[in-house]
Design a protein around this ligand. Structure first.
Ligand code: FE2
Ligand code: FE2
Length: 189
């Protein structure tokens, strides 16, 4: 037998539980909307190779902003570096999990392994630039070295290897790769 007081406590507990569940659901929804917004430019760019090229251009714009900073703009450097790392990590996740994998399946294993190897050095640059103090006079030269590597990597993908892969795939396969890549991107968006 429950007293009125206990019944009240039970209903309060349920109300709190329902409130918390609604809070979690709202949080999940906000996160989903945020992820969709981050992935939207990639989705709207269309086919997988055009989408990746659009992400390359977006990343280079962040490099431009970073290169325009002075050694005293330490907070801005940290913030932009974090943004760049997030954008490029999502980009690399899409390439490594879908595009480089299909490249290997299509007889382009050496090229895929070479690109994947360069992604390792992209991570290295992010590590070094994060570890260095942001007002270190060597910071900007290191960033420029990083840009040189990443720009030549992008050129190789856009001008040579991605067109080669696209031409090996049927229209349906290209469409499938686009969808699979967007699904991966959403995970890290
Ligand atoms: Fe890449
Ligand atoms: Fe790329």
């Amino acid at each position: 037998m429950t007293t009125e007081h206990e019944a009240d406590a039970g209903s309060t507990g349920r109300t709190i539980a329902i409130g918390a569940a609604a809070g979690v659901a709202a949080g999940l929804l906000i996160n989903l909307v945020r992820k969709a917004a981050v992935q939207a430019p990639t989705v709207f760019a269309g086919q997988w190779d055009a989408a990746l090229a659009a992400e390359h251009a977006a990343a280079l714009k962040i490099f431009d902003l970073l290169e325009a900073t002075g050694d005293s703009a330490t907070a801005r450097r940290s913030f932009l570096l974090m943004q760049l790392k997030h954008a490029i990590s999502k980009h690399a996740f899409q390439e490594e999990n879908v595009v480089y994998a299909i490249m290997r399946d299509q007889g382009l294993a050496d090229a895929a392994d070479h690109l994947n190897h360069e992604h390792g050095y992209v991570k290295q640059y992010f590590f070094d630039l994060t570890e260095m103090t942001k007002d270190d006079p060597a910071w900007l030269p290191k960033l420029k070295e990083f840009r040189d590597l990443i720009e030549s990597h992008m050129r190789e993908e856009e001008d040579e290897l991605f067109p080669k892969l696209r031409s090996k795939l049927s229209a349906d396969q290209n469409k499938h790769i686009t969808a699979a890549m967007n699904k991966e991107g959403l995970k890290l968006a």
